[in-house]
Design a protein around this ligand. Sequence first.
Ligand SMILES: [Zn+2]
Length: 114
Amino acid sequence: MDLDALRADLEQVVRESEATIATLRAEEEDEQGDVVEDEVADAQDFTEADREEAMIDAAEVRRTEATEALARMDAGTYGVCVDCGKQIPEARLEFRPEAARCVEDQERFEESES
Ligand SMILES: [Zn+2]
């Protein structure tokens, strides 16, 4: 497993997520400065703000996952499922370097969250 390449990928994910969050937050602040009198425009603004909020949330989750993966690299536990302790397949890590769980445990985790 090429840890250096995966680390570079993760660092890029962190940088990209932070850039996305910063851009969206700046846009949000711009829009809050606008006074919208038309109710229709107001409703559209709401939808737009919701969409941006969802994008910010998604970017924050990705940033957190990538940061945690980098911490596991430093701790020497990277690539091991945090739930069952088994090695995560290399193909999965290449596809999703921030993965903290094997596929089975990730599915269980997502089911328990929803
Ligand atoms: Zn597992």
